[in-house]
Design a protein around this ligand. Structure first.
Ligand SMILES: Cc1ncc(COP(=O)(O)O)c(C=O)c1O
Length: 495
């Protein structure tokens, strides 16, 4: 067991390959000045915008020159300029890196998590532009439902009569919430005792605690391609070796999963059985049974990140994956059904593992906020009502987004998501989502390219467009994307 602060962290250095950097640099020649000046300016802008985060290792001058079709001296001069101004640093024998000097955005992690990092309330500093000019379709995080305000309104000091006289640090979670989560699973068809639940500050923390506890640096974890970016970051931060298995309209490819598990013997396989982020898939019942059999036969541990469960749109909720047998640990969250701002999630496991993980949780933050837990316990008792609310609003938002795409971008191939608030869209062959997303960003619409969700930095033929913001904003964003596409800024990889 270790923590992210004590272990050596090979994942802090992000390497960007020449093909991806070339895509990000698309249009760099539009800058004024000589070739090396233009290239330096384009690289500086990528650093400023956070697309090349501090610590990123760049391709060598020779490799980048050949990828861009330039002389090595030109690239060398551009790198020299950026070194002289502190944007890049070179270390003999290790390569050239984006400097960690303070003004360069984020010193750790990946800018692709930026859609979470950006505050919906602004930076707190003076406004610098037109608030309505940019449209952000990156985040699929949903606004709180009215029920959250209702339950907050009902809280009084009397609700804390038992907890206030204590110190209030409860690493396992408040009994009332552990019971409410256990009842939530039992109602979904998975018998659960409160002792099998560890309350966490969001499913994201549950993932981190599990990763820190179970994975030694270099340990293999199987993940779906694509998968949730937040999981890739956490797993990389503990030094996991990630192996991808394809995941499509019906969730993970079962045959590929079985073959990969038998070859790699991973510490665990991270799956998203119920409302996959980003594809929106729900694993069908036959596939749930097959995953359970695989786990039972091979001893494979499955971590089922089912955090988005309550954002289901189509059909009844299938019983949780863990109810089919095998060794399945389940992550859940109050974020999708109720509100991400509660910062309450949980993990369901056997009691012994819960006790072990509670020690790590205690060491991380001593326990989740008591008021947040109290209100979440009440909300969970109304989970079915919350799901009906989400279903009604998300299905309308989904139809609108799909209709606009069908009308204005008929060559795009979106999945129809069974849940969630984003569209996973296959672009026509030969188009780069990274290049298109870059162009869209410059035109004021932010979307995420497929490699964001890939542990191998592939899936560049895919784009994720979220529809979590108000419908008029989604519609304007999609209209702008269509205009851009038809104006030729379509990310086509022309010779
Ligand atoms: C699949 C998945 N897992 C985990 C999370 C994080 O959830 P929480 O807000 O509970 O930390 C998200 C949020 O977007 C998610 O989509």
């Amino acid at each position: 067991m270790g923590t992210s602060s004590t272990r050596s962290n090979p994942a802090q250095v992000v390497y960007i390959g020449a093909p991806r950097l070339t895509r990000l640099l698309d249009g760099w020649g539009d800058q004024p000045g000589g070739l090396s000046t233009r290239l330096a300016e384009a690289l500086r802008q990528l650093v400023r915008s956070g697309q090349l985060p501090a610590g990123t290792r760049l391709p060598s001058e020779r490799v980048l020159a050949s990828a861009l079709g330039l002389g090595r001296t030109t690239v060398g001069q551009a790198f020299d300029t950026l070194r002289a101004t502190g944007v890049l640093i070179s270390r003999t024998g290790s390569g050239t890196f984006v400097s960690t000097a303070a003004f360069h955005a984020p010193a750790r992690g990946d800018d692709r998590l930026r859609s979470f990092v950006t505050s919906p309330f602004g930076s707190g500093g003076p406004s610098t532009g037109h608030p309505t000019a940019r449209i952000d379709l990156r985040s699929a995080a949903l606004p709180g439902i009215p029920m959250v305000a209702e339950e907050l309104d009902r809280l009084t000091a009397a609700d804390f009569i038992e907890t206030l006289p204590s110190h209030g640090y409860v690493p396992r979670g408040l009994p009332v919430l552990r019971t409410a989560v256990a009842n939530y699973y039992t109602a979904l068809g998975l018998r659960t005792e409160p002792g099998q639940i560890l309350v966490t500050s969001g499913a994201q923390q549950a993932m981190r605690i599990l990763a820190e506890t179970l994975i030694e640096p270099g340990g293999t974890v199987v993940v779906e391609e694509p998968t949730f970016r937040g999981a890739i970051e956490v797993l990389r931060s503990v030094g996991a070796h990630l192996v991808g298995v394809p995941s499509g309209r019906d969730g993970v490819d079962i045959d590929a999963l079985a073959a990969t598990v038998r070859t790699h013997r991973p510490v665990f396989a991270l799956l998203q059985s119920t409302v996959h982020n980003p594809t929106g898939s729900v694993l069908p019942e036959w596939a749930r049974a097959a995953v359970a059999r695989l786990s039972a036969e091979t001893g494979l541990t499955i971590v089922d990140d089912a955090a988005p469960t309550d954002a289901i749109i189509d059909g009844p909720l299938p019983p949780p994956l863990a109810s089919y047998g095998g060794r399945v640990l389940t992550l859940g969250s109050a974020s999708k059904g109720f509100w991400g701002g509660l910062r309450v999630g949980w993990l369901r496991a056997d009691r012994r593992l819960v006790e072990r993980l509670a020690v790590v949780k205690g060491a991380e933050d001593l326990g989740t906020s008591i008021p947040a837990q109290v209100v979440t316990a009440r909300l969970l008792n109304r989970a079915a009502e919350a799901r009906a609310h989400r279903r009604a609003t998300l299905s309308v938002a989904r139809e609108l987004a799909l209709q606009i795409l069908a009308d204005e971008l008929p060559t795009w191939r979106p999945y129809t998501p069974a849940g969630g608030a984003s569209l996973w869209i296959g672009l026509p062959k030969g188009h780069s989502a990274t290049t298109f997303a870059e162009r869209a960003g410059r035109a004021g619409v932010d979307v995420l390219a497929g490699p964001t969700f890939s542990c191998q930095d592939v899936l560049d033929g895919w784009l994720r467009v979220a529809f979590a913001v108000p419908q008029d904003v989604v519609a304007s964003g999609l209209h702008r994307l269509a205009e851009l596409w038809h104006a030729g800024h379509d990310g086509a990889q022309r010779p």
